[in-house]
Ligand binder design. Structure first.
Ligand SMILES: *[C@@H]1O[C@H](CO)[C@@H](O)[C@H](O)[C@H]1NC(C)=O
Ligand SMILES: *[C@@H]1O[C@H](CO)[C@@H](O)[C@H](O)[C@H]1NC(C)=O
Length: 411
């Protein structure tokens, strides 16, 4: 029999349960899945031809067009900065106040207040603070995307104060800015090479003294081919689908939440190199596949392989040279017509250690270092005269979100 009281009882249990499930799905799914729905279909594809060696790679026409340049040069205009700072000038500088209105981002964590020291900035006269009561004297105020609105922002704004929009995620995973920010931001600060202030995931620097590692003998002890460590299985870039296809032609060992293998973790997942260090002993290649396909979106997935004896296979479908990453430093899925062709290339390198080590030898001369975005910014605030500017909402939207979360075209 149909009992009303039983129905009510059930509803009392099921409705809150449904709520919990909905909230769970929303918080876990919105990042990855919502973005898939939002993305715009505008990917242009370039014709790709077969690549058989590194020298072929560097001869590829699309490589020559871009060439090597440091994005920092785009962002800080070094020609307008003094080549060298004399001690007297430096000692006379008044501290600039950099206020982080909302910032709970780990790159700064414990070292936050000493950042200028920790990073050995040439110009250290900047005081980093999260103390909102200093807003009147702040030279720059940073807003990490999506956390505040002008309503919850400062109530006072000094005319010469710069407001900076900051983002670290790809546009696929970043909420579009509230329209009430229209006209209020002066600068953008993000990993994009064309940002006002470049905030890369990290930097690659030339070593003062090159090391001389014998990579051929390093290679001899590697018994396996491809490793991938991953915790987000479903992403806008559909990297899992790519890997599944790749696995038909080459063995790929998947570690982490999306695969059968486990590797002892320590520290934060993204930057945990302990595990990767272990993998580097056994594996020749590491899949540095981004979760999103978006202009200049190159993250720790690549950078964490730099100081380690493993070759990164990158998939970001973006021009890595804009981040200062040269073609001969990684194997880029963009250079192959299919996962099958990529697998053939990896097999070829496996059989030709002298070709394989070419992808490691650059590490003798370069290494990965924490980014010095705030050093550059501080120097610039002191030494670079810049005309005022601000961005409309439309401009920011066109710069970062609109048509910038792209669907994959290689699977
Ligand atoms: C500037 O800030 C630094 C770091 O907080 C501090 O050590 C230094 O004394 C300050 N300099 C001036 C001139 O206020
Ligand atoms: C920053 O933006 C505000 C608001 O548009 C503007 O009034 C101010 O002149 C800008 N300042 C600088 C230094 O660009």
């Amino acid at each position: 029999m149909f009992s009303l009281s039983r129905l009510v009882k059930r509803a009392l249990v099921l409705i809150p349960l449904g709520f919990v499930i909905l909230i769970f799905l929303w918080s876990h799914g919105s990042k990855e899945n919502g973005a898939v729905l939002k993305r715009e279909n505008v990917r242009h594809s370039e014709p790709v031809d077969t690549v058989n060696s590194i020298s072929d790679l560097s001869r590829r026409p699309n490589r020559q067009k871009t060439g090597f340049h440091s994005p920092a040069q785009i962002a800080i205009h070094p020609e307008t900065l003094p080549q060298k700072h004399d001690e007297l000038t430096l000692s006379k500088l008044k501290n600039k106040t950099l206020l982080f209105w909302d910032w709970n981002w780990n790159p700064l964590e414990s070292k936050f207040y000493d950042l200028m020291e920790v990073r050995h900035c040439p110009v250290k006269a900047c005081k980093l603070t999260k103390d909102r009561s200093l807003v009147k004297q702040a030279d720059v105020v940073f807003f990490l995307n999506g956390q505040s609105t002008p309503k919850t922002g400062p109530t006072y704004r000094h005319p010469s104060q710069r407001w900076v929009w900051v983002e670290g995620e790809s546009p696929c995973h970043s909420r579009r800015l509230d329209k009430s920010w229209d006209g209020l931001f002066n600068w953008t600060m993000v990993y994009r090479a064309d940002a006002d202030v470049l905030l890369p995931y990290t930097e690659i620097a030339k070593r003062d003294t090159p090391i001389k590692k014998d990579y051929l003998s390093v290679t001899k002890s590697k018994r396996k081919l491809v490793a991938w460590m991953v915790s987000n299985c479903k992403t806008p870039s559909r990297r899992m689908d790519f890997v599944k296809e790749l696995q038909k032609y080459i063995e790929v060992d998947i570690y982490g939440a999306c695969g059968p293998l486990k590797c002892q973790r320590s520290g934060s997942w993204g930057w945990d190199t302990t595990c990767l260090d272990l993998l580097a002993r056994d594996y020749k290649f590491y899949l540095a596949f981004e979760n999103s396909i978006s202009l200049d979106y190159v993250t720790e997935k690549f950078y964490k392989t730099v100081n380690i004896d493993i070759v990164a296979v990158t998939r970001g479908n973006t021009d890595y040279t804009r981040a200062g990453i040269r073609p001969e430093w990684h194997i880029n899925t963009d250079d192959f017509n299919s996962p099958k062709e990529l697998a053939e290339y990896l097999h070829m390198l496996d059989k030709n250690p002298e070709k394989y080590v070419k992808y490691l030898e650059w590490k003798n001369e370069y290494r990965q270092l924490p980014d010095r975005a705030f050093c550059h910014l501080c120097e610039r605030l002191h030494f670079q005269k810049e005309p005022p500017k601000s961005y409309s909402w439309d401009e920011l939207n066109a710069f970062f979100w609109k048509d910038h979360c792209l669907p994959p075209t290689d699977i």
